[in-house]
Design a protein around this ligand. Structure first.
Ligand SMILES: NC(=O)c1ccc[n+]([C@@H]2O[C@H](COP(=O)([O-])OP(=O)(O)OC[C@H]3O[C@@H](n4cnc5c(N)ncnc54)[C@H](O)[C@@H]3O)[C@@H](O)[C@H]2O)c1
Length: 401
């Protein structure tokens, strides 16, 4: 008997399979640090929560540098083997899904090689350092016809998936405003050293690609395609000491950006990203104001979606409702805990694993509930337009190919 359960957008087939008949699928990971840890946890937790899964992820090989650290990570995360040469991950016949958790300058080379080898790919965001590099990746996954995710993981927060459903079902009506800010504080100290996230050659952009790209993705996901951007940016601390080279080095990316944006459907919005917002640890807030009401959401309280309905009666008690998006009828949640038993940031990576495995094993669609390389490319076009607008002081069109 096959029971279809709605998991976000992806309907999960929970055909009762004998445990011994569930196939395994090999995962090869490139990068073992922050995202390597989050993704490994996602692959491991997925079958534990979403049982029975279409396949059980097998952690085959992990790559990173230096060797001593990746060896320890392999042992800690439960990978069968490790390497310091990323090509060995792709060449391993046991690997079906390549998961790229590296700095941004390695995304294109690793993803294109993986696509050529016929491997399915999860690549961290931003997809690449700029739109032309992202386009080569988008074109490669199309050409070699492999499943691909650009991991804009906030799409897979149940409250955000619920917001998407409300908008798609027309419950909010015409959208007027998208207002988003993604704020952190961790490089405000001038003594904070030079790292890869502050070098354009490695990361492409600063707060924009790191944080702004996430809210651009939520804007595209929830409100529609961007048409124009008008931006300002600033690099507050222009040099940082690099303990490796023992020199002060130039910071050639933005520390913060702010942009006014127009959507193709006529909605307007604002986007702000900064790593200089004292006191803000990881504040990612979005608000949408529409014809029939408004919604807002905050990552630091990610299980809740705040909703206001203009037509709600009686008018005396009208106001924003804080919905605990933890009911079994909510996206993704029927496989988690009883209602009110909340999930966290790390669980979005479980949903990445779930969606990728359902796509590979059962050809379940990824779009629109999961961002693909097409979304990663379009996001990069918008980021490039923001950089250009901040440089020339003019409104820039977002032109997609
Ligand atoms: N989705 C999210 O919420 C989120 C959050 C943080 C970071 N990211 C993205 O994830 C990616 C990785 O970020 P991170 O914070 O994990 O970075 P990190 O610096 O913590 O880790 C980078 C990893 O890449 C490996 N690496 C670097 N050069 C290598 C080489 N030549 N060969 C093999 N391995 C190499 C390192 O060993 C390390 O394990 C970035 O693209 C970043 O933008 C996404």
């Amino acid at each position: 008997m096959t029971e279809e359960k709605k998991v976000g957008f992806v309907a999960m087939t929970s055909e009762k399979k004998a445990v011994e008949n569930i196939p395994e699928i090999g995962i090869g990971m490139i990068g073992h640090s922050f995202m390597g840890k989050a993704h490994s946890n996602g692959w491991k937790q997925m079958p534990y929560i979403f049982w029975p899964p279409a396949a059980i992820p097998k952690l085959v090989k992990i790559c990173g540098i230096p060797e001593s650290e990746v060896a320890e990570a392999a042992r800690r995360f439960g990978f069968q083997s490790y390497t310091t040469n990323w090509k060995e991950v792709i060449e391993d016949d046991r690997v079906s899904i390549v998961d790229s958790c590296t700095p941004n300058n390695m995304h294109a080379e690793t993803s294109i090689a993986a696509a050529k080898a016929g491997k399915n790919i999860v690549c961290e965001k931003p997809l690449a350092r700029n739109a032309s590099e992202a386009k080569t990746m988008r074109d490669a996954v199309k050409k070699y016809n492999v499943k691909n995710i650009c991991n804009y993981n906030y799409r897979m927060v149940p409250a955000i998936a619920l917001a998407k459903n409300l908008i798609t079902e027309g419950k909010l009506g015409r959208i007027f405003h998208f207002r988003a800010r993604y704020l952190q504080e961790w490089i405000i100290d001038p003594a904070f050293p030079m790292i890869w996230r502050l070098k354009k050659e490695v990361c492409g952009s600063g707060a924009l690609g790191d944080l702004g790209a996430h809210i651009i993705d939520l804007g595209r996901f929830l409100c529609g395609e961007f048409k124009t951007v008008s931006a300002v940016s600033q690099t507050f601390i222009k040099e940082r000491y690099n303990p490796e080279t023992k020199k002060n080095e130039k910071v050639d990316v933005d520390d913060a950006i702010a942009a006014a944006v127009e959507f193709e459907n006529g909605a307007i919005g604002t986007i702000e990203a900064s790593r200089f917002a004292a006191g803000r640890k990881n504040q990612n807030i979005i608000e949408i104001n529409a014809e029939k009401g408004s919604i807002w959401w905050d990552l630091e309280n990610l299980n809740n979606l705040n909703v206001f309905w203009r037509e709600e009666k009686p008018i005396e008690t009208q106001g924003f409702h804080c919905i605990s998006v933890t009911e079994s009828h909510h996206p993704y949640y029927s496989y988690w805990w009883p209602h009110g038993h909340i999930i966290g940031w790390e669980n979005t990576f479980v949903h990445t694993a779930l969606n990728m495995i359902n796509a590979v094993m059962e050809n379940k669609p990824l779009e629109p509930y999961v961002a693909t390389f097409e979304d990663g490319y379009r996001n990069a076009v918008i980021c490039d337009a923001i950089i250009k607008s901040a440089e020339n002081g003019r409104k820039e069109l977002c032109i997609f190919e």
